[in-house]
Each structure stands twice: as C-alpha cells, then as structure tokens.
Ligand binder design. Structure first.
Ligand code: KIV
Ligand code: NA
Length: 269
C-alpha cells in the first residue's frame, strides 16, 4: 500500500470512499491496525482513561502524548506502515496562545505525527489557521469535546436544536481556516449529515454522529470489547463475531467502507 497522505485523504473524501480511523496508543496495536488497512490512526488523549486510569482527558500531559505518539510512530515504521498518524494536542497545550499551540504541535510532529487534533470552535479558528499556515495539518473536533467535559456538564449529545446552528458556524470557520479533517463526536445524525454535505474541503469523521460522515472513528479498546465501564451506545464490539484481533480490525475497516457501521438505529441519535 502507498502511504496515506493529505492528497489521498482528499481524494477519498471527493470520491466518497469512507475513511476508517481508530485510536492507537502503542506500537503493537498500531502495527496491527495498519496491517488491517485502517486509513488513519489517532493517538487520542483518551489514552488518559484507557492507559492511565484517569477519569477524564483533562489530566493528560503533552509529555504523555509525545511518549505514546513516539511509540505508535515506531510501531508503524517497524512494519513500514502506511496509516496517516494524528495526535491529540492535550488540554492546556494550545489554549494559551497560537505560539504555545505551535510549540506543542511541534513536539508531536517531531514524535512522528502527520497531523494534530485540537478541540473546540470559535477562538480555535485562529489557532488552526496559524498552524496550517506553518505546515501543520490540523484536524478539528466539535460536538462532545471531552477536554471541556466539566464546562459541558457531562458526556452528553451536543448540537441539539438551536445549538446546531452555532456548531455549523464553527465547523465552516474551521474549514475556512484550513482544517482538513473534523471529528464530530456525539452530535445528531441529521446535523452531521448536513455538515458533511456542506464541507467540501474538510472530511468529517464521526463518532456517535450517524452514518453520513466522510469517515468513522472509534476508541480501539472499545471496539475490541475491552472496556471496564459502560460501553457507549455508539460502539460496536467487533470481537463479538471475530476469531481474533486482526480479523476484528479488518471487519471494522470493511464495515466502515461498506457503510454497515454505524447502524443509525443502534449507534446514533
Ligand atoms: O481521544 C480520542 O480518542 C478522540 C476520539 C474519540 C475522537 O478524540
Ligand atoms: Na481526544
């Protein structure tokens, strides 16, 4: 396989080929997900919960993100992996100033990331523009933004009713600022569908956002059924019908590509 690049992702988006994404936190899982054909790997700050035992992503540090990005990147290199590697800018590493965001993004890019992701709309637009102008591809993230869970009042669906218009406004501004990908987390399927149709230069990646988005992402451990708490409604356990981890990962890619995941009845609102 040829390496997944920004032009290739744009081409998939334009052709309507669904983009498959999973989180990865270590070298071995990264290599396996790559072997399964996953297009994009996200070193998500969900590693705070999955790997570090934290209650939320708020406590994840930039150094921790660098460590895991380094591990995932090495795992991909060992197998000459082709996945596009995205790393989350953690809470507090980009809010202060555009310059702080650039410094933090540099740490993750030097650890092997191809793109950084940051949460929120509004003020983040100028930060996104600043990074993109300086050669750092950016993925935005709207809807349920876990780093601001305390301000949001819990892990609940976002963008319902009137709030949908503001979310849309933010999404368009982020696209105009140069964000080429946008994670939509726990938003109504209809809103995600409208935005996906409107945004021509920014691929929407849904998680709990229905089936119309340009791509899908899940937390790796969740889709393998490795979850100590309550499984979120939007998750499907791909290990349930698979004889092993690699087949489960392949089944996920297949289900995203052919549109059989997610199921709007079971995995959306
Ligand atoms: O950290 C994470 O895993 C994420 C995805 C759920 C989008 O941000
Ligand atoms: Na995240």
């Amino acid at each position: 396989r040829k390496p997944v690049s920004l032009p290739r992702l744009a081409d998939m988006h334009a052709r309507g080929e669904k983009i498959s994404m999973l989180t990865a936190y270590d070298a071995t899982f990264a290599a396996m997900a790559d072997a399964a054909g996953v297009d994009c790997l996200l070193v998500g700050d969900s590693l705070g919960m999955v790997c570090q035992g934290l209650n939320s992503t708020v406590g994840v540090s930039l150094e921790t993100m660098r460590y895991h990005t380094d591990s995932v990147s090495r795992g991909l290199r060992r197998v000459q992996g082709t996945a596009w590697l995205i790393a989350d800018l953690p809470f507090g590493s980009y809010q202060e100033s555009r310059e702080q965001a650039l410094r933090s993004a540099t740490v993750l890019m030097q650890a092997g990331a191809h793109m950084v992701k940051l949460e929120g709309g509004g003020w983040t637009t100028e930060t996104v523009r600043f990074l993109v102008e300086r050669g750092i591809p950016v993925c935005a993230h709207l809807g349920l933004t876990p780093q601001t869970v305390h301000a949001l009042g819990g892990y609940r669906v976002q963008g319902k009713g009137d709030a949908g218009a503001l979310l849309k406004q933010h999404a368009h501004a982020l696209q105009d600022a140069g964000a080429t990908m946008l994670v939509l987390e726990m938003v109504p399927a209809a809103l995600a569908a409208e935005l996906t149709a409107e945004l021509k230069h920014c691929a929407t990646i849904g998680i709990g956002a229905g089936k119309a988005t340009a791509g899908q992402v899940l937390v790796l451990h969740d889709m393998l059924g490795i979850n100590l708490g309550k499984m979120p409604k939007f998750v499907r356990n791909f290990m349930a019908d698979a004889p092993g981890v690699l087949p489960a990962l392949k089944a996920y890619v297949q289900a995203v590509k052919d549109g059989s995941f997610p199921d709007d009845q079971l995995h959306a609102w």
